[in-house]
Design a protein around this ligand. Structure first.
Ligand SMILES: Cc1cc2nc3c(=O)[nH]c(=O)nc-3n(C[C@H](O)[C@H](O)[C@H](O)COP(=O)(O)OP(=O)(O)OC[C@H]3O[C@@H](n4cnc5c(N)ncnc54)[C@H](O)[C@@H]3O)c2cc1C
Length: 828
C-alpha cells in the first residue's frame, strides 16, 4: 500500500471514481480509498438516469461531458456499463412548461447539446402507450438515457487503475492534518463482523500533496474532520419498480425501448425495466436525513417505502401510461440522495484550506461523475477549468449557514426538482434570515425580496398585496412594469437602492499597498480616490472584481459582489498569507456586516443629499470641485456619518452611502423624507440590472468569471500593463478567445433575454448572452455576452435565440447610454 502520493481521493462512489480516473489520465499519481466497497454509498441504489436537461451552464457542460465519456469507457476498459442510449422525453402539460424548455434549449445551444421539440402527435405516433391528449409538447434528447451506476463506477475505477491509480477498500479516513506542504491522512482499517462494517484494530496513514473528498452522505463527518462547513445533507428519495405491463411487452416485440419519460408537471420519471416500468418521483415532504452524520448501522441500506407520500405521482403515472394500471409493485427503493441549498454540488477548493478539494453534495451524481472528474482534474492540475466552476464552488455559502438552514433548503431543493424553473424564481424556505435593519421599512413599502447569499434584498417594489410567486414568468413577468417605472425614475429623477449585501473588506498595514498592487490589475487609487480593478486567477482569468477606495496611504476599503463574500474572502486571505513574507504585515478584516449601503442615483440625487448634508458650505459640498466623480469622502447626513463614494452602477449621477449598519433606519428615514420633495422612488435589483447593461457595466458571475480574462471582457482601461500583477503573463498568453459585447435586441413583444441565450451569425452559433433585460432608454431588449472576436465590432448584426426562434440583434458601442459619461459627471 502506498503511504505517499500526489493526490488522494476519499470515497469510492461514482464521483470519487470519476475523479480518480481523470487525475490519473492527467498524469497525476493517485490513490482512492473507500471505507467499504466501491459503490456502497448512494451509488448502488441510483436509478442510473443520465438527463442532459439542466438549466445551469457549468452543470450542463458537466452532464454533456459525462454522457459522451461513458460511451467511450467500454472500449477503454472492456467493461460494459450498460449505457442504454434510449433518449429522454420531457413532456409539457402547459405553455409555461414549453416556455421553460425553450429557454433551456437556448442554453443547450450555447453548450452544444442536441435536442428536438416534439408535438403531442409526434409523441403519439412514436410511442402510442403514452397518453398525449393533455400535452402541449415535449423536449426530446436523443443522446442520453440510463446506465448501470455500479457498472459505470467500476468501469471508471478500472480505467483509473489502467492509468496507474491504486484503489484500496475497507480504509476509513478519521482525520486530516496539514503540515504546510502536505496532508497526513489517518484512518482505520475496517472489518466485516456479523454482516456489519466495524472499525478494526489496524490503523493507516497516507501522506498526500492534494486530497479530494467525495464522501457522499458522509459529508457531515468529513466537515467535522476538516473543521469546515459543508452544506451537503441527504434527503430521502424513492423509486418503485413495477411488475411487467402486458401492453408494453407486446409493443416491444416490434419496437425499440421507450425513452426515459419525464412528466415534469407530475414530478416524476418513468423508464422501462424488464417489461415493466420504474417510477421515480420528486415528491413533497421528503425529509432530510443524517444531518449530524450517517449512523454506523447504516451501510448499503434503504429506508422503508412511504407509498402515501408518492400517491399522486403514482396516479399521474397511470394517467400518462394507462396500460400500467394493472401492474403490481415488484420492488422499491428509498435511499438517501445528497442535496445542497441550491441543488448544485460543491466542487472546488475547500474554504480556508490548502490543497483540499471538495466533491460533495451530488443529487445527480451518476450523471455528473464523469464531468466532475474531468473539470475538477483540470482545476487541480492546470490551476483552472476551461469553464467557470464558480456556480459549484464550495465557498458560495458563507459561515452564516447552519445545519437547520441546509436541511430546510435541501428539502426544498428536492421538492423543487420539477417545479417550473423560472429565471425570476425566488425560493421561500428559511426566509427571512439575513436582513438589513431597513428590511421592515422596505417590506412595508411593497418590497418584493430576493435572496443573495442569504441576505434579503429588494428585487422591486409593487403595490401591497402583490403576489410575486404568481408574477413569475419565462417572458415578461407581472413585476416587469414596476421595474420599468423604477428604472425610469433613476434615469429621469432619483431612486434609492439597498446595496447592503455588498462584500466589504479592509486591507491595511505596511504591506497592504505592495500587496494590492500585485493582487489587482489596475493602478491603485490615490488617497480619497477610488478605482475599479480585478484580482486574477494565476491562469489570468477574473477571480474577483473590486471597487477599491484608498482610505489612507496603507489602508484600503475593498467592495465586491454581495453574492460572493466567502468566495472573495477566502482568496484574498490565502493570497495575503502567501505574500505577507514578501510584502510586510497585511491585516484583512471582513467588515461586510458592519456597513450598510444605500445607492442614491439619478439627476436629482444631489438635490436630495444637499437637503441632508451637514457641512460648512452645504451648497458646494457635493460639487465636482469638492466631491469629484470616482472619489470618496466622509460626510455627515443629518446625524449619520457616511463614507460616501461617488459612483453609480446605474450610470447616473449618484453616490454609494456606506453607513454604520446600526444607523441604517435613521438614514433611511432621512433620505425618504428628503427624497419626497423630488419624487424619489425606492428601486430594486432588477431595474438596476437593466440600467447597468445600458452602461455596459460587466457584472461578476455573468460577464466576469474564471473563464474569461479582463481583456476578453474588453476592459483594458482597468488593466495597467505597465506594472506586474498576479496572472498577468497568463492573461497575455491567453489572448482573446471571445470578446464581451453589448447588444440591442429586436426580440419578441412579450419577452426579454435572461442572459442564457445562444447567439448566432446566420445559423452558426458564435457566442452566448451572459446578461439580458429591458432597456428603458432604448425601449427594447438589451443583453451582454461573449462572441467570436471577429464579430465584436460595432454595427455587427447577429441573432439571439429566444422562444425557439432567432431574433435580430446588433452589437452596439460600449456604454450605449451616455457613452461620454456626461450625466454621471454633471456638476451642481
Ligand atoms: C433512489 C435514488 C435514485 C437515484 N437516481 C439517480 C439517477 O437516476 N441519476 C443520477 O445521476 N443520480 C441518481 N441518484 C443520486 C446518486 O445516487 C448520487 O448522486 C451519487 O451516487 C453520489 O455519488 P457519490 O460518489 O458522491 O456518493 P456515494 O455513492 O455515496 O459514495 C461516497 C463514498 O464515500 C465513502 N466514504 C465516506 N466517508 C468515507 C471516509 N471517511 N473514508 C473512506 N470512505 C468514505 C462511502 O463509503 C461511499 O462509498 C439517486 C439517488 C437515490 C437515493
Amino acid at each position: 500500500m502506498k503511504t505517499q502520493v500526489k493526490a488522494l481521493v476519499v470515497g469510492g462512489g461514482a464521483v470519487g471514481a470519476g475523479i480518480a480516473y481523470h487525475l490519473a489520465k492527467a498524469g497525476w499519481e493517485c490513490v482512492l480509498i473507500e471505507r467499504d466497497e466501491l459503490t456502497s454509498g448512494s451509488t448502488w441504489h441510483a436509478a442510473g438516469l443520465l438527463p442532459l436537461f439542466n438549466m445551469g451552464y457549468a452543470t450542463s457542460h458537466i452532464h454533456q461531458y459525462s454522457v459522451d465519456f461513458y460511451k467511450t469507457l467500454e472500449a477503454e476498459t472492456g467493461l460494459n456499463a450498460g449505457f442504454s442510449v434510449v433518449g429522454n422525453l420531457r413532456m409539457a402539460q402547459t405553455q409555461e412548461r414549453m416556455d421553460e424548455y425553450m429557454l433551456y434549449a437556448s442554453t443547450a445551444d450555447s453548450v452544444g447539446i442536441k435536442y428536438e421539440f416534439l408535438t403531442p402527435d409526434d409523441i403519439k405516433a412514436r410511442w402510442p402507450l403514452i397518453r398525449t391528449d393533455d400535452l402541449k409538447g415535449a423536449l426530446y434528447h436523443t443522446e442520453d438515457g440510463y446506465i448501470n451506476p455500479a457498472d459505470v463506477t467500476q468501469a471508471m475505477a478500472k480505467g483509473a487503475r489502467q492509468l496507474g491509480a491504486e484503489i484500496y477498500r475497507k480504509l476509513q479516513v478519521d482525520s486530516y492534518e496539514w503540515t504546510g506542504s502536505e496532508w497526513i491522512v489517518r484512518g482505520t482499517k475496517m472489518v466485516e463482523r456479523g454482516g456489519n462494517l466495524v472499525a478494526g484494530e489496524d490503523r493507516f496513514e497516507i501522506r498526500a500533496e492534494h486530497v479530494v473528498t467525495a464522501t457522499g452522505n458522509h459529508a457531515q463527518r468529513t466537515a467535522r474532520q476538516l473543521g469546515i462547513k459543508i452544506p451537503a445533507i441527504p434527503v430521502e428519495h424513492q423509486f418503485i419498480v413495477m411488475e411487467s405491463d402486458p401492453a408494453l411487452v407486446e409493443w416491444r416485440k416490434t419496437n425499440p425501448e421507450h425513452p426515459v419519460i419525464r412528466d415534469a408537471d407530475a414530478q416524476s420519471y418513468v423508464r422501462e425495466e424488464r417489461g415493466g416500468w420504474i417510477l421515480g418521483v420528486y415528491e413533497k415532504n421528503a425529509p432530510a436525513r443524517f444531518e449530524y452524520g450517517v449512523p454506523d448501522s447504516f451501510r448499503a441500506d434503504l429506508f422503508p417505502l412511504d407509498l402515501e407520500r408518492i400517491e399522486s405521482q403514482y396516479m399521474a403515472m397511470i394517467h400518462r401510461i394507462p396500460s400500467c394500471e394493472t401492474s403490481g409493485l415488484k420492488d422499491d427503493f428509498n435511499g438517501p440522495i445528497c442535496y445542497t441549498p441550491d441543488g448544485n454540488p460543491l466542487v472546488g477548493p475547500a474554504p480556508g484550506l490548502r490543497n483540499m478539494w471538495l466533491a460533495e453534495g451530488f443529487s445527480f451524481g451518476i450523471t455528473a461523475a464523469g464531468g466532475t472528474g474531468y473539470y475538477l482534474a483540470q482545476m487541480m492540475v492546470n490551476g483552472e477549468a476551461e469553464i467557470d466552476m464558480a456556480s459549484l464552488d464550495p465557498k458560495r455559502f458563507g459561515d452564516w449557514m447552519t445545519t437547520e438552514y441546509a436541511m430546510r433548503k435541501n428539502e426544498e431543493c428536492y421538492d423543487h426538482v420539477y417545479i417550473l424553473h423560472h429565471p425570476d424564481e425566488e425560493r421561500p424556505a428559511a426566509r427571512p434570515l439575513r436582513t438589513s435593519p431597513a428590511y421592515d421599512r422596505q417590506a412595508a413599502r411593497g418590497a418584493q425580496f430576493g435572496q443573495v447569499n442569504g441576505w434579503e434584498r429588494p428585487n422591486y417594489y409593487a403595490p401591497m398585496g402583490f403576489n410575486d410567486h404568481d408574477a413569475r414568468s419565462f417572458r415578461r413577468g407581472g413585476w416587469w412594469q414596476y421595474a420599468v417605472e423604477e428604472a425610469k425614475a433613476i434615469r429621469n429623477g432619483v431612486g434609492l437602492i439597498d446595496a447592503t449585501a455588498f462584500t466589504k473588506h479592509i486591507v491595511k498595514g505596511p504591506g497592504a499597498t505592495a500587496f494590492l498592487d500585485w493582487f489587482t490589475t489596475n493602478k491603485l487609487p490615490k488617497v480619497g480616490r477610488i478605482n475599479l480593478t480585478y484580482a486574477l486567477t494565476p491562469t489570468g482569468t477574473t477571480r474577483t472584481e473590486y471597487t477599491i477606495v484608498r482610505l489612507k496611504d496603507d489602508e484600503y476599503y475593498l467592495v465586491s459582489a454581495g453574492a460572493w463574500t466567502a468566495y472573495d474572502a477566502d482568496y484574498l486571505r490565502k493570497c495575503v498569507a502567501d505574500k505577507e513574507a514578501a510584502f510586510g504585515r497585511i491585516e484583512v478584516q471582513n467588515v461586510t456586516t458592519q456597513w450598510g449601503v444605500f445607492a442614491i442615483a439619478g439627476p436629482k440625487s444631489r438635490d436630495v443629499l444637499k437637503k441632508l448634508i451637514r457641512d460648512a458650505d452645504p451648497e458646494t459640498a457635493l460639487s465636482n470641485k469638492r466631491f469629484p466623480w470616482l472619489s470618496a469622502r466622509q460626510i455627515e447626513l443629518g446625524m449619520c456619518p457616511v463614507n460616501a463614494i461617488r459612483v453609480a452602477y446605474t450610470g447616473e449621477l449618484g453616490w454609494e452611502l456606506h453607513h454604520p449598519i446600526e444607523m441604517q433606519n435613521y438614514l433611511f428615514d432621512q433620505l425618504e423624507k428628503a427624497g419626497a420633495d423630488f419624487g424619489m422612488k425606492l428601486v430594486g435589483a432588477r431595474a438596476q440590472n437593466w440600467l447597468r447593461q445600458e452602461k455596459s457595466y460587466r457584472a461578476f458571475g455573468t460577464e466576469l468569471g474564471r473563464d474569461a480574462t479582463p481583456l476578453e471582457a474588453d476592459l483594458p482601461r482597468f488593466v495597467d500593463l505597465s506594472k506586474d500583477f498576479q496572472g498577468k503573463a497568463a492573461m497575455e498568453a491567453t489572448g482573446i478567445r471571445a470578446k464581451c459585447v453589448t447588444l440591442l435586441i429586436d426580440g419578441p413583444a412579450d419577452c426579454d433575454p435572461w442572459g442564457r441565450e445562444a447567439l448566432f451569425d446566420g445559423n452558426t452559433k458564435i457566442g452566448r448572452l451572459t446578461s439580458g433585460g429591458y432597456s428603458v432608454h432604448f425601449g427594447k431588449s438589451i443583453g451582454m455576452g461573449y462572441v467570436r472576436p471577429d464579430l465584436a465590432t460595432v454595427g455587427q448584426k447577429l441573432k439571439v435565440k429566444m422562444l425557439n426562434q432567432l431574433w435580430d440583434a446588433e452589437v452596439v458601442e460600449d456604454s450605449p447610454y451616455d457613452p461620454a459619461n456626461a450625466t454621471i459627471r454633471i456638476d451642481g
